[in-house]
Design a protein around this ligand. Structure first.
Ligand SMILES: [Zn+2]
Length: 263
């Protein structure tokens, strides 16, 4: 199965200019120049453009995908154009409640991205902080309503989605399938595919601020960096399970402290 990279926003000046505000979100935002460097190294590591075929099992040609979560403004102002300069297209997962709000793309920009050949998918309506802890009915509502909003705006079928915050569970997948979604990306660093009620579940390798361009490209060209991320992810998953909300609070505090001392 393809190796899928998970990016979020890119920023020019301020952390909060695109996407969700706060230190937790900033951790995933790359400077524009950093993002350009990543793509240059990635281009050296791959031999084809990233895949855009939503029936990924039928896509025998491409072995990697580029995904962008949240629907931050930079999708329209920087990321799409940067990809297109290389003849590439990406998958953009949109938090539909944030459309037309500060820091996020507008409905006009959403239509434009779609027309330019990028894949548009759901990233829920409200981006709940702990998606897998919501009731099954709430999860269904998040998937179904966001899918309807996007389909109404684009006049096209929405088949794919990504899980907010990486809070994945089998129930999350079942509700995505029930809402008519056919491909669901989570944040588990794996290339192993599974299927839940007909919905394909695909993992992704997260790219963080500060990850070097060779490191990002290495995720595509070599299995060892991918294995390292998998090990780290499993350790964090254990901490999340045992810490619950405490884990989120401690993480936010640590990040805030790290950023306060950096600047
Ligand atoms: Zn998100």
């Amino acid at each position: 199965m393809p190796v899928t990279l998970l990016y979020h926003d890119v920023i020019r000046h301020q952390d909060d200019e695109s996407g969700f505000a706060g230190a937790g979100a900033a951790r995933y935002k790359l400077r524009v120049s950093e993002f350009h460097r990543h793509l240059a190294y990635i281009a050296e590591a791959v031999d084809c453009a990233p895949g855009v075929l939503e029936d990924v099992t039928q896509d025998q040609r491409t072995h990697w995908l580029l995904t962008f979560d949240d629907g931050g403004l930079s999708a329209a102002t920087d990321i799409a154009e940067t990809l297109e300069q290389r003849g590439w297209r990406g998958w953009f997962f949109i938090t539909t409640d944030r459309l037309d709000t500060t820091g996020f793309i507008s409905t006009a920009q959403l239509r434009d991205l779609h027309q330019r050949g990028h894949v548009i998918g759901s990233h829920s309506c409200s981006h709940p902080s702990r998606f897998s802890h919501a009731t099954a009915e709430q999860q269904y509502e998040e998937w179904y309503r966001s899918r309807c909003v996007l389909e109404d705006l684009l006049g096209a079928e929405i088949r794919s989605a990504s899980v907010p915050g990486g809070f994945y569970s089998t129930t999350v997948a079942q509700q995505a399938a029930r809402a008519g979604l056919q491909v669901l990306f989570n944040s588990e660093p794996t290339t192993t595919e599974s299927v839940v009620n007909g919905c394909q579940i695909l993992g992704r390798y997260t790219v963080y601020r500060g990850m070097s361009a060779p490191q990002a490209a290495g995720l595509l060209s070599s299995s060892w960096p991918r294995y390292q991320q998998t090990l780290l992810w499993n350790a964090k998953k254990f901490a999340k399970r045992t810490g619950g909300m405490g884990y989120l609070k401690v993480r936010e505090l640590l990040l805030r402290k790290a950023y306060a001392t950096e600047s």
